[in-house]
Ligand binder design. Structure first.
Ligand SMILES: C[S@@+](CC[C@H](N)C(=O)[O-])C[C@H]1O[C@@H](n2cnc3c(N)ncnc32)[C@H](O)[C@@H]1O
Length: 225
């Protein structure tokens, strides 16, 4: 079984995964943010940006070294399986590696200078008030790790994201290992719909895992049961 890395995708990659508007929404949660540079760069654009990840319970020095090691591990995995990916968006392997390495350093620096932006926590329970954020993003956790987290966990997690943010965007919608589609995606969206959470699957200007060029967009809060 693959081990989940604390990866560091960049602001530039997030902008494409989630087809983000300009200007950005005023408040954004990056949920399962890992070592991503998104929060630091969004905050530098004036966004009230918060990142959440269970890994933030680690001491900053340990976390920094874990993020850098994850980066090396991820880069090696991609190098070993280069033919499994679509390279058009990045253009080259070195461009991808550069973006990840830069993002890791941006993250480590921002964690040291703005620790208040980095909240330790885990889905499916988020330590935020209802409607705290205009937008919540979730990159490479939900669906990506559907072999580790069951359908019921996904439903609770999406409901919780929809509780804390007016809009939720999730990318990608395929399994990590083989880019296979998620068999329980349709029933999950029907269950959310029945609770008052509207969903849309939208094409995005990014593809790396073959066929993974769509995000899930949720809007509306689940009704209390
Ligand atoms: C593959 S990394 C993605 C990190 C970042 N979003 C990115 O795209 O580079 C998955 C992240 O999910 C975090 N994670 C694992 N379980 C979680 C949970 N229950 N709730 C929130 N985050 C979780 C891990 O610590 C890890 O940092």
């Amino acid at each position: 079984m693959s081990t989940m890395l604390v990866t560091s995708r960049s602001f530039t990659e997030y902008s494409a995964f989630f087809d983000l508007p300009t200007p950005l929404p005023a408040s954004i949660l990056d949920c399962s943010a890992g070592g991503s540079g998104f929060t630091a760069v969004a905050a530098s654009h004036g966004v009230d940006a918060v990142a959440l990840d269970p890994a933030y319970a680690m001491a900053p020095a340990e976390l920094g070294s874990h993020v850098r090691k994850s980066n090396t591990g991820g880069t090696q995995m991609v190098a070993d399986n280069a033919d499994a990916f679509v390279w058009g968006w990045y253009g080259s392997r070195s461009r991808r590696d550069e973006l990840r390495a830069e993002a890791a350093e941006v993250f480590v620096e921002d964690l040291a200078s703005h620790p208040e932006r980095y909240v330790a926590g885990s889905l499916p329970v988020l330590p935020f008030a209802d409607g705290r954020f205009e937008l919540a993003l979730c990159s490479h956790l939900l669906f990506t790790w559907a072999n580790q987290f069951p359908e019921s966990w996904h439903l609770s997690s999406l409901r919780e994201l929809a509780r804390v943010a007016r809009e939720v965007r999730v990318f990608p919608l395929v399994h990590q290992a083989d880019a296979a589609p998620i068999p329980f995606l349709a029933p999950l969206l029907s269950a959310l719909e029945a609770e008052g959470v509207a969903s849309e699957i939208r094409r995005v200007p990014y593809e790396f895992q073959r066929g993974a060029d769509e995000m899930l967009v949720l809007s509306g809060q689940a009704s209390q049961s």
